[in-house]
Ligand binder design. Structure first.
Ligand code: ADP
Length: 271
């Protein structure tokens, strides 16, 4: 299990705003603390700033205002970067590398020797159920398998924090549900903290301890919902009252958050 580096939150976001040079204000007044071992989903309509926020946490983009820390450090610091793994919407595998070499890439870039890279890649490939495909090439894999490789690549540096940007958005529903289950198993085994972006409410409720719901542009966190389920998440969870109640709650907040004030006013005038 990953070591917790500090007693405080793994991620602390204080009054973050982001306006792109194009003039688009993507984020406004974002506050969020993410505790060690938490699983937090960011949900919201397309274009509400979920990816922008995740990229800022990863140090891949900067905030215009406010502050973000990862284990007390600025996200661009080497220590913060070492403590996180990032899974993109697309698997982004190198077609000329086999699975093992794709997975080991972050270690290769970090100057880790060949034997250690192979050992680490084998370990995470086992975790994602792809040990038998270590020497296959990306073109030989299904979409779900490519995403598993991408997850293994994010895990290979043993990050304390995993940031996932709609990793299962392009997959069919059955594969998505299977990978949801596998992700929960990986989280349990590694003890990692996860921040997960999705616009799929069912997926968010199934996976998360907490769901931060964002409004349409400029993105703000309008509400945070805790998923009050003690039991282990197995497919039966989808049939429980807690599951359906939480789906309804999140959906209602989303619908209210999406309605912009002027639209609401217009609706009132029409009524
Ligand atoms: P989401 O992930 O919720 O779909 P994004 O974070 O991708 O939202 O985008 C939020 C808003 O910021 C959108 O209006 C998008 O067009 C805009 N945006 C994202 N990236 C850039 C960029 N590099 N330059 C300018 N505008 C951007």
């Amino acid at each position: 299990m990953r070591q917790t580096l500090t007693d405080g939150p793994v991620v602390s976001i204080r009054d973050v705003g982001k306006t792109y040079s194009s003039g688009t204000t993507a984020l406004q007044n974002i506050y969020l603390d993410v505790a060690p071992h938490d699983f937090v989903s960011l949900v919201g309509p397309s274009g509400c700033g979920k990816s922008t926020l995740l990229r800022i946490i990863a140090g891949l983009g900067d905030a215009t205002s406010g502050s973000v820390t990862v284990n007390g450090e600025t996200p661009t610091s080497p220590k913060a970067r070492q403590s996180l793994g990032y899974v993109f919407q697309d698997a982004n595998l190198l077609p000329w590398h086999n699975v093992q070499d794709n997975v080991a890439l972050p270690l290769e870039l970090g100057g880790v020797g060949k034997n250690k890279r192979r050992e680490a890649a084998e370990e995470v490939l086992e975790l994602v159920g792809l040990s038998d495909f270590a020497h296959a090439y990306p073109r030989e894999l299904s979409g779900g398998m490519r995403m598993r490789v991408s997850i293994a690549r994010a895990l290979v540096t043993e990050p304390q924090l995993i940031l996932m940007d709609e990793p299962f958005g392009a997959l069919d529903e059955i594969t998505r549900q299977r990978l949801n289950q596998e992700l929960l198993g990986i989280k349990k085994q590694t003890g990692a903290t996860v921040i997960f972006v999705t616009h799929n409410v069912f997926e968010a409720v199934y996976l998360s301890k907490r769901i931060a719901i964002m409004s349409a542009q400029p993105g703000r966190i309008v509400h945070t919902v805790s998923v009050e389920a003690d039991a282990e998440r197995t497919p039966d969870f989808r049939g429980t009252d807690v599951f359906s109640r939480t789906v309804v709650e999140v959906t209602e907040v989303l619908e209210r958050g999406i309605a912009r004030p002027d639209t609401a006013q217009q609706k009132e005038q029409v009524a």
